[in-house]
Design a protein around this ligand. Structure first.
Ligand SMILES: [Zn+2]
Length: 477
Protein backbone atom coordinates (compact mmCIF):
# COMPACT_ATOMS: atom_id res chain seq x y z
CA UNK A 1 0.00 0.00 0.00
CA UNK A 2 1.05 3.53 -0.86
CA UNK A 3 2.07 5.88 1.89
CA UNK A 4 2.58 9.16 0.03
CA UNK A 5 -1.18 9.50 -0.60
CA UNK A 6 -4.15 9.71 1.70
CA UNK A 7 -7.10 7.49 0.83
CA UNK A 8 -10.58 9.07 0.92
CA UNK A 9 -13.60 6.76 0.84
CA UNK A 10 -17.33 7.40 1.16
CA UNK A 11 -19.95 4.66 1.03
CA UNK A 12 -23.52 4.70 -0.29
CA UNK A 13 -25.52 1.83 1.08
CA UNK A 14 -29.01 0.77 -0.04
CA UNK A 15 -30.97 -1.39 2.38
CA UNK A 16 -34.33 -3.07 1.68
CA UNK A 17 -36.77 -2.59 4.55
CA UNK A 18 -38.55 -5.58 6.12
CA UNK A 19 -42.15 -4.49 5.58
CA UNK A 20 -45.21 -6.57 4.75
CA UNK A 21 -46.02 -4.61 1.58
CA UNK A 22 -44.30 -2.35 -0.93
CA UNK A 23 -43.74 1.40 -0.42
CA UNK A 24 -46.73 2.75 -2.36
CA UNK A 25 -49.03 -0.25 -2.98
CA UNK A 26 -50.37 -3.37 -1.26
CA UNK A 27 -48.19 -5.84 -3.22
CA UNK A 28 -46.29 -8.18 -0.87
CA UNK A 29 -42.69 -7.28 -0.11
CA UNK A 30 -41.46 -10.85 -0.21
CA UNK A 31 -38.98 -12.73 -2.34
CA UNK A 32 -40.44 -15.07 -4.97
CA UNK A 33 -38.98 -16.84 -7.99
CA UNK A 34 -42.12 -16.30 -10.10
CA UNK A 35 -41.35 -13.16 -12.12
CA UNK A 36 -43.88 -10.29 -12.09
CA UNK A 37 -46.21 -12.08 -9.67
CA UNK A 38 -46.06 -9.34 -7.00
CA UNK A 39 -47.12 -6.42 -9.18
CA UNK A 40 -50.10 -4.11 -9.65
CA UNK A 41 -51.11 -0.95 -11.52
CA UNK A 42 -49.18 1.25 -9.06
CA UNK A 43 -45.79 -0.48 -9.07
CA UNK A 44 -46.06 -1.10 -12.83
CA UNK A 45 -46.63 2.63 -13.35
CA UNK A 46 -49.99 2.47 -15.15
CA UNK A 47 -51.31 5.92 -16.08
CA UNK A 48 -53.74 7.21 -13.49
CA UNK A 49 -52.74 4.75 -10.74
CA UNK A 50 -52.13 6.64 -7.50
CA UNK A 51 -49.43 5.81 -4.92
CA UNK A 52 -50.35 5.54 -1.23
CA UNK A 53 -47.56 5.74 1.36
CA UNK A 54 -46.87 2.67 3.54
CA UNK A 55 -46.65 3.91 7.15
CA UNK A 56 -44.66 0.84 8.27
CA UNK A 57 -41.86 1.81 5.85
CA UNK A 58 -41.73 5.34 7.32
CA UNK A 59 -41.55 3.82 10.81
CA UNK A 60 -38.63 1.52 9.82
CA UNK A 61 -36.79 4.40 8.10
CA UNK A 62 -37.29 6.49 11.24
CA UNK A 63 -35.94 3.67 13.44
CA UNK A 64 -32.89 3.30 11.15
CA UNK A 65 -32.22 7.05 11.20
CA UNK A 66 -32.39 7.16 14.99
CA UNK A 67 -30.21 4.05 15.32
CA UNK A 68 -27.62 5.90 13.20
CA UNK A 69 -27.77 8.95 15.50
CA UNK A 70 -29.42 11.18 12.87
CA UNK A 71 -31.40 14.35 13.30
CA UNK A 72 -34.98 13.74 12.13
CA UNK A 73 -36.87 16.02 9.75
CA UNK A 74 -40.40 16.34 11.17
CA UNK A 75 -41.51 17.56 7.76
CA UNK A 76 -40.15 15.84 4.64
CA UNK A 77 -41.61 14.74 1.30
CA UNK A 78 -41.00 12.69 -1.81
CA UNK A 79 -39.45 13.85 -5.08
CA UNK A 80 -39.45 12.43 -8.57
CA UNK A 81 -36.01 11.55 -9.85
CA UNK A 82 -36.44 11.39 -13.62
CA UNK A 83 -34.50 9.01 -15.80
CA UNK A 84 -35.31 6.46 -18.46
CA UNK A 85 -34.39 2.84 -18.04
CA UNK A 86 -36.53 -0.29 -18.53
CA UNK A 87 -36.36 -1.29 -14.86
CA UNK A 88 -38.16 1.92 -13.84
CA UNK A 89 -41.67 1.70 -15.34
CA UNK A 90 -42.88 5.23 -14.53
CA UNK A 91 -39.86 6.93 -16.09
CA UNK A 92 -38.97 8.29 -12.65
CA UNK A 93 -38.05 6.93 -9.23
CA UNK A 94 -39.82 8.24 -6.13
CA UNK A 95 -37.12 9.28 -3.66
CA UNK A 96 -36.32 11.96 -1.09
CA UNK A 97 -33.99 14.33 -2.87
CA UNK A 98 -34.39 17.75 -1.26
CA UNK A 99 -35.13 16.83 2.37
CA UNK A 100 -34.00 13.42 3.69
CA UNK A 101 -35.81 11.92 6.67
CA UNK A 102 -32.52 11.62 8.62
CA UNK A 103 -29.35 13.74 8.45
CA UNK A 104 -26.12 14.55 10.35
CA UNK A 105 -25.77 11.15 12.00
CA UNK A 106 -22.74 9.03 12.75
CA UNK A 107 -21.56 5.49 13.27
CA UNK A 108 -18.71 4.56 15.59
CA UNK A 109 -16.12 2.08 14.31
CA UNK A 110 -12.52 1.15 15.11
CA UNK A 111 -9.79 2.63 12.90
CA UNK A 112 -6.87 0.51 11.69
CA UNK A 113 -5.04 0.98 15.01
CA UNK A 114 -8.09 -0.18 17.00
CA UNK A 115 -8.94 3.30 18.30
CA UNK A 116 -12.60 4.43 18.24
CA UNK A 117 -13.54 6.66 15.30
CA UNK A 118 -16.77 8.38 14.33
CA UNK A 119 -17.84 8.15 10.68
CA UNK A 120 -20.33 10.89 9.85
CA UNK A 121 -23.51 9.94 8.04
CA UNK A 122 -24.72 12.72 5.76
CA UNK A 123 -28.20 11.45 5.09
CA UNK A 124 -30.67 8.61 5.40
CA UNK A 125 -33.60 8.83 2.97
CA UNK A 126 -36.54 6.69 1.93
CA UNK A 127 -37.10 5.64 -1.70
CA UNK A 128 -38.51 2.90 -3.90
CA UNK A 129 -36.43 0.14 -5.47
CA UNK A 130 -36.30 -0.45 -9.24
CA UNK A 131 -37.17 -3.70 -11.03
CA UNK A 132 -34.57 -6.19 -12.15
CA UNK A 133 -33.27 -6.82 -15.65
CA UNK A 134 -32.72 -10.49 -16.45
CA UNK A 135 -30.31 -10.92 -19.33
CA UNK A 136 -30.87 -14.04 -21.46
CA UNK A 137 -28.14 -16.06 -23.12
CA UNK A 138 -29.26 -15.19 -26.67
CA UNK A 139 -28.78 -11.46 -26.13
CA UNK A 140 -32.40 -10.92 -25.11
CA UNK A 141 -33.38 -9.19 -21.85
CA UNK A 142 -36.52 -9.41 -19.72
CA UNK A 143 -37.71 -7.30 -16.78
CA UNK A 144 -38.99 -8.62 -13.44
CA UNK A 145 -40.94 -5.90 -11.57
CA UNK A 146 -41.37 -7.82 -8.30
CA UNK A 147 -38.68 -5.62 -6.77
CA UNK A 148 -40.11 -2.37 -8.23
CA UNK A 149 -41.59 -0.32 -5.39
CA UNK A 150 -39.92 -2.26 -2.57
CA UNK A 151 -39.04 0.24 0.20
CA UNK A 152 -35.36 1.14 0.49
CA UNK A 153 -33.34 3.45 2.62
CA UNK A 154 -30.18 4.97 1.22
CA UNK A 155 -27.48 5.69 3.80
CA UNK A 156 -24.76 8.05 2.60
CA UNK A 157 -21.58 8.41 4.65
CA UNK A 158 -19.36 11.49 4.54
CA UNK A 159 -15.91 10.84 2.98
CA UNK A 160 -14.47 9.97 6.41
CA UNK A 161 -13.20 6.45 5.73
CA UNK A 162 -9.44 6.16 5.21
CA UNK A 163 -8.83 2.51 4.31
CA UNK A 164 -10.48 -0.63 2.91
CA UNK A 165 -10.39 -2.14 6.44
CA UNK A 166 -12.25 0.83 7.96
CA UNK A 167 -14.82 0.54 5.15
CA UNK A 168 -15.41 -3.14 5.89
CA UNK A 169 -15.82 -2.45 9.62
CA UNK A 170 -18.25 0.38 8.86
CA UNK A 171 -20.38 -2.02 6.79
CA UNK A 172 -20.25 -4.74 9.45
CA UNK A 173 -21.28 -2.27 12.13
CA UNK A 174 -24.06 -0.84 9.96
CA UNK A 175 -25.40 -4.31 9.22
CA UNK A 176 -25.32 -5.34 12.85
CA UNK A 177 -27.19 -2.20 13.98
CA UNK A 178 -29.87 -2.43 11.27
CA UNK A 179 -30.41 -6.12 12.04
CA UNK A 180 -30.67 -5.39 15.77
CA UNK A 181 -33.22 -2.67 15.03
CA UNK A 182 -35.16 -5.17 12.84
CA UNK A 183 -35.12 -2.70 9.97
CA UNK A 184 -33.71 -5.16 7.42
CA UNK A 185 -32.20 -8.64 7.24
CA UNK A 186 -29.20 -7.02 5.45
CA UNK A 187 -28.34 -10.10 3.37
CA UNK A 188 -25.80 -8.80 0.89
CA UNK A 189 -25.81 -12.05 -1.10
CA UNK A 190 -29.60 -11.68 -1.63
CA UNK A 191 -29.36 -7.98 -2.47
CA UNK A 192 -31.15 -6.64 0.62
CA UNK A 193 -27.97 -4.66 1.39
CA UNK A 194 -26.09 -3.15 -1.56
CA UNK A 195 -23.04 -0.92 -1.42
CA UNK A 196 -21.38 1.53 -3.82
CA UNK A 197 -18.05 3.10 -2.89
CA UNK A 198 -16.52 6.44 -3.86
CA UNK A 199 -12.75 6.44 -3.63
CA UNK A 200 -10.05 8.99 -4.38
CA UNK A 201 -6.46 9.72 -3.37
CA UNK A 202 -4.79 13.00 -2.49
CA UNK A 203 -1.26 13.92 -1.44
CA UNK A 204 -0.81 13.59 2.32
CA UNK A 205 -1.62 16.89 4.04
CA UNK A 206 -3.75 18.18 1.16
CA UNK A 207 -7.25 19.43 1.95
CA UNK A 208 -8.52 19.28 -1.65
CA UNK A 209 -10.17 16.07 -2.80
CA UNK A 210 -8.70 14.18 -5.76
CA UNK A 211 -10.81 12.95 -8.69
CA UNK A 212 -13.09 10.20 -7.45
CA UNK A 213 -14.10 6.89 -8.92
CA UNK A 214 -17.39 5.18 -8.06
CA UNK A 215 -17.20 1.41 -7.60
CA UNK A 216 -20.21 -0.85 -8.18
CA UNK A 217 -21.14 -4.54 -8.34
CA UNK A 218 -19.58 -5.76 -5.10
CA UNK A 219 -21.52 -8.67 -3.63
CA UNK A 220 -19.89 -9.17 -0.25
CA UNK A 221 -18.03 -7.15 2.39
CA UNK A 222 -14.88 -9.02 1.34
CA UNK A 223 -15.47 -7.90 -2.27
CA UNK A 224 -15.84 -4.26 -1.14
CA UNK A 225 -12.51 -4.49 0.66
CA UNK A 226 -10.77 -6.21 -2.28
CA UNK A 227 -12.20 -3.78 -4.84
CA UNK A 228 -11.03 -0.79 -2.76
CA UNK A 229 -7.55 -2.25 -2.34
CA UNK A 230 -7.25 -2.83 -6.07
CA UNK A 231 -8.61 0.61 -6.95
CA UNK A 232 -6.33 2.45 -4.49
CA UNK A 233 -3.29 0.78 -6.01
CA UNK A 234 -4.51 1.53 -9.56
CA UNK A 235 -5.03 5.22 -8.78
CA UNK A 236 -1.69 5.45 -6.95
CA UNK A 237 0.14 4.14 -10.02
CA UNK A 238 -1.60 6.71 -12.25
CA UNK A 239 -0.68 9.56 -9.87
CA UNK A 240 2.91 8.37 -9.53
CA UNK A 241 3.27 8.57 -13.30
CA UNK A 242 2.15 12.22 -13.03
CA UNK A 243 -1.14 11.47 -14.81
CA UNK A 244 -4.72 12.31 -13.79
CA UNK A 245 -7.33 9.85 -12.53
CA UNK A 246 -10.38 9.98 -14.81
CA UNK A 247 -13.61 10.45 -12.83
CA UNK A 248 -15.64 7.39 -13.74
CA UNK A 249 -17.90 4.58 -12.65
CA UNK A 250 -16.14 1.22 -12.52
CA UNK A 251 -17.44 -2.23 -11.73
CA UNK A 252 -15.71 -4.92 -9.69
CA UNK A 253 -15.05 -8.14 -11.62
CA UNK A 254 -15.11 -10.88 -8.97
CA UNK A 255 -13.57 -13.53 -11.26
CA UNK A 256 -10.65 -11.43 -12.48
CA UNK A 257 -10.32 -9.46 -9.18
CA UNK A 258 -10.02 -6.13 -11.03
CA UNK A 259 -12.14 -2.99 -11.50
CA UNK A 260 -13.33 -2.28 -15.05
CA UNK A 261 -14.46 1.10 -16.44
CA UNK A 262 -18.21 1.31 -17.15
CA UNK A 263 -18.66 5.00 -17.99
CA UNK A 264 -16.88 8.32 -17.52
CA UNK A 265 -18.43 11.01 -15.33
CA UNK A 266 -17.62 14.41 -16.76
CA UNK A 267 -20.58 16.06 -15.10
CA UNK A 268 -23.27 15.03 -12.65
CA UNK A 269 -26.39 13.53 -14.24
CA UNK A 270 -29.33 15.97 -14.17
CA UNK A 271 -32.32 14.06 -12.82
CA UNK A 272 -34.63 17.12 -13.03
CA UNK A 273 -35.92 16.39 -9.52
CA UNK A 274 -39.14 17.98 -8.30
CA UNK A 275 -41.60 17.21 -5.47
CA UNK A 276 -44.06 14.43 -6.35
CA UNK A 277 -47.46 16.14 -6.67
CA UNK A 278 -49.34 12.89 -6.01
CA UNK A 279 -48.00 12.18 -2.53
CA UNK A 280 -48.72 13.97 0.73
CA UNK A 281 -45.65 15.05 2.72
CA UNK A 282 -44.36 12.92 5.60
CA UNK A 283 -45.34 14.69 8.83
CA UNK A 284 -43.97 13.41 12.13
CA UNK A 285 -44.56 14.80 15.62
CA UNK A 286 -41.80 15.19 18.21
CA UNK A 287 -43.76 12.69 20.33
CA UNK A 288 -43.65 10.04 17.58
CA UNK A 289 -39.90 10.51 17.17
CA UNK A 290 -39.38 10.20 20.93
CA UNK A 291 -41.49 7.03 21.08
CA UNK A 292 -39.40 5.49 18.28
CA UNK A 293 -36.20 6.48 20.07
CA UNK A 294 -37.36 4.83 23.30
CA UNK A 295 -38.28 1.67 21.38
CA UNK A 296 -34.72 1.21 20.05
CA UNK A 297 -33.11 -2.03 21.27
CA UNK A 298 -29.87 -2.24 23.22
CA UNK A 299 -27.21 -2.24 20.46
CA UNK A 300 -24.23 -4.62 20.21
CA UNK A 301 -21.56 -2.25 21.57
CA UNK A 302 -23.58 -1.40 24.73
CA UNK A 303 -24.61 -5.02 25.17
CA UNK A 304 -21.01 -6.21 24.88
CA UNK A 305 -19.87 -3.82 27.65
CA UNK A 306 -22.77 -4.90 29.83
CA UNK A 307 -21.94 -8.62 29.38
CA UNK A 308 -18.37 -7.91 30.46
CA UNK A 309 -19.38 -5.83 33.48
CA UNK A 310 -22.47 -7.73 34.60
CA UNK A 311 -21.53 -11.34 33.81
CA UNK A 312 -17.74 -11.07 34.03
CA UNK A 313 -17.31 -12.48 30.52
CA UNK A 314 -14.07 -11.96 28.54
CA UNK A 315 -14.25 -9.41 25.68
CA UNK A 316 -14.01 -12.21 23.13
CA UNK A 317 -17.04 -14.09 24.51
CA UNK A 318 -19.07 -10.90 24.89
CA UNK A 319 -18.28 -9.97 21.26
CA UNK A 320 -19.34 -13.37 19.88
CA UNK A 321 -22.54 -13.52 21.95
CA UNK A 322 -23.67 -10.02 20.94
CA UNK A 323 -22.73 -10.21 17.25
CA UNK A 324 -26.36 -10.83 16.33
CA UNK A 325 -29.51 -9.94 18.25
CA UNK A 326 -30.74 -13.52 17.88
CA UNK A 327 -27.65 -14.96 19.60
CA UNK A 328 -27.73 -12.36 22.39
CA UNK A 329 -31.41 -13.06 23.07
CA UNK A 330 -30.79 -16.82 23.10
CA UNK A 331 -27.96 -16.35 25.60
CA UNK A 332 -30.10 -14.14 27.85
CA UNK A 333 -33.04 -16.56 27.70
CA UNK A 334 -30.72 -19.41 28.80
CA UNK A 335 -29.23 -17.27 31.54
CA UNK A 336 -32.66 -16.82 33.15
CA UNK A 337 -32.75 -20.60 33.68
CA UNK A 338 -29.09 -21.33 34.28
CA UNK A 339 -26.86 -18.83 36.05
CA UNK A 340 -23.29 -19.76 35.15
CA UNK A 341 -22.56 -17.25 32.34
CA UNK A 342 -19.08 -18.52 31.46
CA UNK A 343 -20.04 -22.19 31.22
CA UNK A 344 -23.09 -21.21 29.15
CA UNK A 345 -20.95 -19.01 26.92
CA UNK A 346 -18.49 -21.88 26.28
CA UNK A 347 -21.26 -24.25 25.21
CA UNK A 348 -22.99 -21.64 23.04
CA UNK A 349 -19.79 -20.55 21.26
CA UNK A 350 -18.65 -24.16 20.85
CA UNK A 351 -20.96 -27.09 20.12
CA UNK A 352 -24.21 -25.09 19.91
CA UNK A 353 -22.85 -22.69 17.24
CA UNK A 354 -21.32 -25.59 15.30
CA UNK A 355 -24.70 -27.38 15.17
CA UNK A 356 -26.47 -24.14 14.16
CA UNK A 357 -24.04 -23.53 11.32
CA UNK A 358 -24.21 -27.12 10.11
CA UNK A 359 -28.02 -26.99 10.01
CA UNK A 360 -28.20 -23.40 8.72
CA UNK A 361 -30.44 -22.36 11.62
CA UNK A 362 -30.91 -19.17 13.62
CA UNK A 363 -30.59 -19.58 17.43
CA UNK A 364 -34.37 -19.16 17.85
CA UNK A 365 -34.99 -22.05 15.42
CA UNK A 366 -32.68 -24.48 17.24
CA UNK A 367 -34.25 -27.73 18.52
CA UNK A 368 -32.12 -27.16 21.64
CA UNK A 369 -34.32 -24.48 23.23
CA UNK A 370 -33.02 -22.38 26.15
CA UNK A 371 -34.95 -24.71 28.50
CA UNK A 372 -33.20 -27.77 27.00
CA UNK A 373 -29.79 -26.04 27.15
CA UNK A 374 -30.32 -25.25 30.84
CA UNK A 375 -31.50 -28.82 31.56
CA UNK A 376 -28.44 -30.26 29.82
CA UNK A 377 -25.95 -28.09 31.71
CA UNK A 378 -27.68 -28.82 35.02
CA UNK A 379 -27.23 -32.56 34.38
CA UNK A 380 -23.48 -31.97 34.01
CA UNK A 381 -23.37 -29.92 37.23
CA UNK A 382 -25.22 -32.64 39.15
CA UNK A 383 -22.75 -35.16 37.73
CA UNK A 384 -25.57 -37.11 36.12
CA UNK A 385 -23.65 -37.04 32.82
CA UNK A 386 -20.10 -36.09 31.85
CA UNK A 387 -19.19 -33.22 29.55
CA UNK A 388 -18.33 -35.73 26.85
CA UNK A 389 -21.75 -37.40 27.05
CA UNK A 390 -23.37 -33.93 27.07
CA UNK A 391 -21.82 -33.24 23.66
CA UNK A 392 -23.39 -36.44 22.30
CA UNK A 393 -26.74 -35.58 23.86
CA UNK A 394 -26.66 -32.09 22.30
CA UNK A 395 -26.03 -33.61 18.86
CA UNK A 396 -28.98 -35.97 19.39
CA UNK A 397 -31.30 -33.12 20.45
CA UNK A 398 -30.41 -31.34 17.19
CA UNK A 399 -31.00 -34.56 15.20
CA UNK A 400 -34.25 -35.70 16.85
CA UNK A 401 -35.79 -32.71 18.62
CA UNK A 402 -36.18 -34.85 21.77
CA UNK A 403 -35.45 -33.36 25.20
CA UNK A 404 -32.03 -34.00 26.79
CA UNK A 405 -33.68 -35.93 29.65
CA UNK A 406 -35.57 -38.20 27.22
CA UNK A 407 -32.32 -38.99 25.42
CA UNK A 408 -30.25 -39.56 28.57
CA UNK A 409 -32.88 -41.84 30.13
CA UNK A 410 -33.89 -43.56 26.90
CA UNK A 411 -30.33 -44.48 25.99
CA UNK A 412 -29.06 -45.29 29.46
CA UNK A 413 -26.46 -42.52 29.42
CA UNK A 414 -26.64 -41.68 33.11
CA UNK A 415 -23.22 -41.52 34.69
CA UNK A 416 -22.10 -44.55 36.73
CA UNK A 417 -21.62 -43.28 40.28
CA UNK A 418 -22.13 -46.66 41.94
CA UNK A 419 -18.82 -47.22 43.72
CA UNK A 420 -18.92 -51.06 43.83
CA UNK A 421 -19.70 -51.27 40.10
CA UNK A 422 -16.78 -48.99 39.29
CA UNK A 423 -14.40 -50.75 41.72
CA UNK A 424 -14.88 -53.97 39.79
CA UNK A 425 -13.93 -52.26 36.53
CA UNK A 426 -10.95 -50.53 38.15
CA UNK A 427 -9.65 -53.92 39.39
CA UNK A 428 -10.01 -55.35 35.88
CA UNK A 429 -8.11 -52.46 34.31
CA UNK A 430 -5.30 -52.75 36.90
CA UNK A 431 -5.00 -56.47 36.22
CA UNK A 432 -4.93 -55.98 32.44
CA UNK A 433 -2.23 -53.25 32.45
CA UNK A 434 0.69 -54.34 34.65
CA UNK A 435 3.21 -52.17 32.74
CA UNK A 436 1.30 -48.95 33.37
CA UNK A 437 0.74 -49.91 37.01
CA UNK A 438 4.47 -50.53 37.33
CA UNK A 439 5.46 -47.18 35.82
CA UNK A 440 2.91 -45.32 37.98
CA UNK A 441 4.35 -46.92 41.12
CA UNK A 442 7.86 -45.97 40.01
CA UNK A 443 6.82 -42.30 40.02
CA UNK A 444 5.53 -41.71 36.46
CA UNK A 445 2.22 -40.10 37.47
CA UNK A 446 1.22 -39.71 33.81
CA UNK A 447 0.40 -43.42 33.73
CA UNK A 448 -2.64 -42.72 35.92
CA UNK A 449 -4.25 -40.75 33.10
CA UNK A 450 -3.93 -43.74 30.80
CA UNK A 451 -5.55 -46.04 33.35
CA UNK A 452 -8.43 -43.59 33.92
CA UNK A 453 -8.89 -43.50 30.13
CA UNK A 454 -9.15 -47.30 30.07
CA UNK A 455 -11.90 -47.30 32.68
CA UNK A 456 -13.77 -44.51 30.86
CA UNK A 457 -13.53 -46.50 27.63
CA UNK A 458 -14.87 -49.63 29.31
CA UNK A 459 -17.95 -47.64 30.40
CA UNK A 460 -18.34 -45.81 27.07
CA UNK A 461 -17.69 -42.50 28.85
CA UNK A 462 -20.39 -43.02 31.46
CA UNK A 463 -18.16 -43.36 34.51
CA UNK A 464 -17.75 -40.36 36.79
CA UNK A 465 -14.12 -39.39 36.01
CA UNK A 466 -13.43 -37.87 39.47
CA UNK A 467 -14.58 -41.06 41.15
CA UNK A 468 -12.51 -43.25 38.81
CA UNK A 469 -9.45 -41.10 39.56
CA UNK A 470 -9.98 -41.43 43.29
CA UNK A 471 -10.54 -45.23 43.20
CA UNK A 472 -7.47 -45.83 41.02
CA UNK A 473 -5.19 -43.66 43.16
CA UNK A 474 -6.33 -45.48 46.32
CA UNK A 475 -5.87 -48.95 44.86
CA UNK A 476 -2.40 -48.19 43.46
CA UNK A 477 -0.99 -46.82 46.73
ZN1 LIG B 1 -47.90 -3.08 -6.54
Amino acid sequence: MVMEYEVVIGLEVHVELMTKSKLFCACPNRFTTEANSHTCEVCLGFPGALPLLNREAVQKALTASLALNCEIALHSYFDRKNYFYPDIPKGYQISQYFIPLGSSGFLEIEDDSGAPKKIRIGRVHLEEDAGKLVHGGAGDSAVDYNRAGVPLIEIVSEPDLRSPGESRRYLEQLKSILQYAEVSDCKMEEGSLRCDANVSLRPKGSTVFGNKVELKNMNSFKAVEKALEYEIERQAQILRRGETVIPQTRRWDEDKQVTIAMRDKYQATDYRCFPDPELAPIELTAGEVEAARRALPEFPAQRKSRYMAEYGLPAYDAGVLTATRGMAEYFEACLKLYDDPKSLSNWIMGDFSAHLNAAGLEPQEAPLTPAYMAALLQMIDKQLISGKIAKEVMAKVFATGKSPREIVEGEGLLQITDQSELEKLVDEVIAANPDSVQSYRSGKTKALGFLVGQVMQATKGKANPQLVNKLLAEKLK
